[in-house]
Design a protein around this ligand. Structure first.
Ligand code: UD1
Ligand code: CA
Length: 460
């Protein structure tokens, strides 16, 4: 249920230096979707559309990845720290007219909608000035250390670099998860008091806690124990750990729903993929995007599928690569099939090894079994495309179409120079280069005649 008392601000402006990437860290992917995608997905059920996002380093890449959030990005031109990011977003937060703002680091992709919902419910109940989530991981890494007084009340968050045992006492192991709920009216007075007098020379959002406690405000921290779901991701190693946890969860969900997975630990399935019970998948393989795999389909190892539909009883053999393809019921693809965007296979059609299709429809029961390119084409039902057939669709400037009727037989090693129409029931002789239309029922042969000449041998 959408919570009406809070808006959200996602902090996604930082470079992510520890990731050693030229693109913003928050666009690094887990199971084919970006960190930021997961954060937004966790927020939307509780916060609806009132989600603002701070962008800075590589802002254009982030904005391009989420066009639907277009009006709710706020630019932090210089990245001077998380506190500065909050300051940059403050006007938009106030304009939302909400009482609270949930602020979350964009590098916390494993957080679930339930965590967000529970946290907001606790804030709604207790009405603190500031509340934030803490964890107690096995290794506190570089996370901000939480300090409490003798009565267990939170006193501050001290960044790891600035933590001084002599000053702050022995660390408790409780650290800040980077998820806060701020009462907008209360925090307003603290914002301008943030400074960068610390080891990083940055404005820290975490200093709000210390400042609020000093003013006698009500600050609460919700400890969620040792949960990997709330860990921020800063390095390739942490990203791999998080992805591995997600992959395992996804595989368990599929197995429990009735999908058979062989070599299951190496089956990678994205969060938006739908796989029906009764499907068989052999790892290693990757299935991403909005792919749908229907009951009875078989997917062999080393297959990569993105945004495609695999219908009932279809069989995708090893090493095939599919993107935006539509594979009909009982079809066969591969091994080593390549279906590019717009490839459509009607019921029972067959694509064999080293066959590439792009914007092409293969009719019901039609076959292209070996070494073929079909681009910008329509192939009728029952037609057989011989080995080595090429639709020559590109003249250097424009793409042209090849249309082949039903029950045709295209001999091996045929070049079909588009635009060209090949009628139904036609036969094209092997090795032909077809530049003119062929009418229904005709035989076309277009190749140099064979000449056999007796050899003469010199006597030595
Ligand atoms: C931050 C917290 C730390 C906490 C940890 C949890 C601070 C000062 N520290 O540390 O207490 O334990 O998260 O994961 O906040 N960002 C901006 N603009 C900036 C800088 C950062 O938008 O100028 C964004 C980043 O893109 C990132 C998020 O803020 O998504 C957190 O920044 P990061 O540098 O990862 O903070 P940590 O060092 O992990
Ligand atoms: Ca971080």
């Amino acid at each position: 249920m959408v919570n009406s008392f809070a808006c959200a601000l996602v902090l996604a402006g930082g470079k992510g230096t520890r990731m050693h990437s030229d693109k913003p860290k928050v666009l690094k992917t887990l199971l084919g979707e970006s960190m930021l995608y997961y954060v937004f997905s966790a927020l939307v059920p509780s916060l609806g559309e009132d989600i603002f996002t701070i962008v800075g380093f590589g802002a254009e890449h982030v904005e391009k990845a989420f066009p639907e959030m277009k009006d709710r990005f706020v630019l932090q031109a210089e990245q001077l720290g998380t506190g500065h990011a909050l300051q940059m977003g403050w006007e938009r937060i106030k304009e939302s007219g909400r009482e609270y703002c949930l602020v979350i680091n964009g590098d916390t992709p494993l957080i679930s909608a339930d965590y967000v919902g529970d946290f907001l419910n606790s804030v709604d109940r207790d009405r603190p000035d500031i509340s934030f989530i803490t964890i107690t991981p096995n290794d506190p890494c570089q996370f901000g250390r939480v300090t409490r007084d003798q009565n267990g009340k939170v006193t501050a968050i001290v960044e790891a670099k600035d933590y001084d045992v002599a000053l702050h006492g022995p660390a408790s192991g409780e650290v800040n998860a980077g998820i806060y709920c701020l009462k907008i009216d209360s925090v307003e007075s603290l914002l301008s008091r943030l400074n960068n007098n610390n080891k990083s020379g940055e404005y820290y959002i975490t200093d709000l806690v210390d400042l609020a406690v000093d003013c006698g405000m009500n600050v609460t921290a919700v400890n969620c124990g040792n949960s990997i779901d709330l860990m921020g991701i800063n390095s390739p190693y942490e990203l791999a750990q998080a992805e591995s946890a997600l992959r395992r969860r996804m595989a368990e969900k599929l197995l429990n729903s009735g999908v058979t997975l062989y070599n299951w630990e190496s089956v990678v399935v994205g969060p938006n993929v739908s796989i029906e019970p009764g499907v068989e998948i052999t790892g290693p393989c990757e299935i991403y995007g909005k792919t749908v795999v229907r009951r009875g389909a078989v997917i062999e190892s080393h297959v990569r599928i993105l945004d495609s539909v695999i219908a009932e009883e279809a069989h995708i053999k090893a090493y095939s690569h599919l993107e935006q393809a539509d594979v009909g019921p009982e079809c066969m693809v591969g091994p080593y099939g390549r279906l590019r965007p717009g490839a459509v296979l009607k019921k029972g059609a067959k694509i064999g090894n080293f066959v590439e299709m792009k914007k092409a429809v293969l009719g019901e029961g039609a076959k292209a079994s070996h070494l073929t390119y079909l681009g910008d084409s329509e192939i009728g039902a029952g037609t057989n495309i011989g080995a080595g057939t090429i639709t020559c669709n590109y003249d250097g400037k424009n793409k042209h179409k090849t249309v082949i009727g039903e029950d045709a037989f295209i001999g091996s090693n045929t070049a079909l120079v588009a635009p060209v129409n090949i009628g139904r029931g036609t036969l094209i002789g092997a090795g032909s280069t077809i530049t003119k239309d062929v009418k229904d029922g005709e035989l076309a042969v277009a190749r140099g005649r064979q000449v056999n000449i007796p050899r003469t041998f010199k006597k030595s």
